[in-house]
Design a protein around this ligand. Structure first.
Ligand code: ATP
Ligand code: MG
Length: 212
């Protein structure tokens, strides 16, 4: 699906926010964010590892400090990508709405805020804390992802009231069938993750003996 570039030359900041557990971050995340950056003429993309994800038990998730460090390593060579510790630094459960409100305060009322997700995550929005409020303060870019049919997102969007529907745009991105779950399984069973994550992330996982 084509998206008309917005924000070019209009002077307003356009900020992409890529949220995730990033356990670990991989090329699927980076390609989705780069595609959004390009298609939506974003000023920058902030990668926000979740501190204490409400949908996962603490014992299921690697320490936030490791996930943040891997995110920093993954974005280091891209001048328009930045890692944000906003959720990691926050005590207790982190909600996307709180994060986006912070960014709204930081970047001002004229900034365009886009939350970048995969199409799998966008289907979960109704279950998110204060989903309505979130759709009021930011737009969503839903990146295509292998294994998650577009038809589901289209059906999902059709159910929404029109002012919310127009807040979600599907973006076709190069298909990478990579997931953090598969990467964790690969490491724990001694299989290669080369070419699936940036090299510094691969080295960090090895050095810190993660996912063994
Ligand atoms: P896990 O298997 O642990 O759920 P994941 O690979 O889905 O990990 P997340 O940290 O859950 O990674 O995802 C963060 C965001 O990136 C989500 O919105 C997700 O939909 C999106 N995403 C993850 N992998 C891809 C991919 N290969 N292509 C497009 N989007 C992706
Ligand atoms: Mg996921």
């Amino acid at each position: 699906m084509k998206k008309t570039p917005r924000g070019a030359g209009e002077g307003a900041l356009s900020i992409g926010v890529m949220g995730g557990t990033f356990d670990p971050i991989h090329y699927g995340h980076l390609v989705a964010a780069e595609s959004a950056y390009e298609s939506f003429c974003l000023s920058r993309v902030l990668f926000v590892p979740a501190g204490d994800p409400p949908h996962k038990q603490p014992q299921e998730v690697t320490a936030a400090s490791h996930r943040l460090e891997m995110t920093r390593l993954a974005v280091a060579d891209n001048p328009h990508f930045h890692a944000s510790s906003i959720e990691v630094d926050r005590d207790g459960v982190s909600y996307t709405i709180d994060t986006m409100r912070c960014f709204r305060r930081k970047f001002g009322p004229d900034a365009r805020l886009y939350f970048i997700t995969g199409v799998d995550a966008v289907l979960q929005i109704p279950e998110w804390h204060n989903a309505e409020g979130l759709l009021e303060i930011c737009s969503f870019i839903a990146a295509t992802r292998p294994g998650y049919p577009l038809s589901e997102v289209i059906r999902f969007k059709e159910q929404l009231p029109s002012h919310h529907r127009e807040r979600i745009t599907v973006l076709e991105v190069p298909a990478l069938a990579i997931s953090s779950t598969d990467l964790r399984h690969r490491v724990s069973s001694g299989r290669s993750i080369k070419y699936l994550v940036p090299e510094p992330v691969e080295e960090y996982i090895r050095r810190e003996e993660l996912y063994r």
